[in-house]
Design a protein around this ligand. Structure first.
Ligand code: PNS
Length: 167
């Protein structure tokens, strides 16, 4: 049983994230999607909301489970017996941060490799932050988000829970 962990903020989950989860699920026996609180990004959705949106989205992927985690990813991955951390790589601009994180995680947990997967090219320019900004300014975002996340985002904005999205 080879487990991989796919960590992130997922505020909210995008179709790019789903693309990566599907690719990872075909390579490993078990995928743990691990939702970090990430207070420094001041998420729009609570960690539980982000977890629920992911769960609704990956319902049909039987070897994928969604959990929340606290503290160091390297420790949590060890607890989950993960042999790999999955990260999506979209463009060169992602590389520096991902490289630093991968090497730090290797130092902290030498039993774990970071595996980078590239999403389909149609998702290379999206992330949760830009999608939230487009939605906040009245743009259509259903093409970028799974149905549950698009609905939840619209509802949140309609309730006036928007504000500034820093991360
Ligand atoms: O989706 P994101 O915001 O790019 O994900 C970043 C995340 C959650 C993977 C990263 O912030 C993380 O691993 N946080 C847990 C705390 C930790 O281990 N920090 C040291 C990273 S080397």
């Amino acid at each position: 049983m080879r487990t991989a962990i796919y960590p992130g903020t997922f505020d909210p989950v995008t179709k790019g994230h789903v693309d990566i989860i599907q690719r990872a699920a075909s390579l490993f026996d078990r995928i743990v999607v691990a939702v970090a609180e990430n207070e420094n990004k001041r998420p729009l959705f609570s960690r539980e909301e982000r977890k629920r949106l992911l769960e609704e989205t990956v319902l049909d992927l039987k070897n994928v489970e969604v959990r929340v985690f606290e503290g160091l990813l390297a420790n949590y991955a060890g607890k989950m017996k993960a042999v790999a951390v999955i990260r999506g790589l979209r463009a060169v601009s992602d590389f520096e941060y991902e490289f630093q994180m991968a090497l730090m995680n290797r130092k902290l947990n030498p039993d774990m490799e970071t595996v980078f997967l590239m999403p389909s090219e149609e998702y290379t320019y999206i992330n949760s932050s830009i999608v939230k900004e487009v939605a906040r300014l009245g743009g259509e975002v259903r093409c970028f988000l799974p149905a549950a996340a698009a609905t939840a985002l619209m509802e949140k904005l309609n309730r006036g829970e928007s504000g500034v999205y820093p991360g």
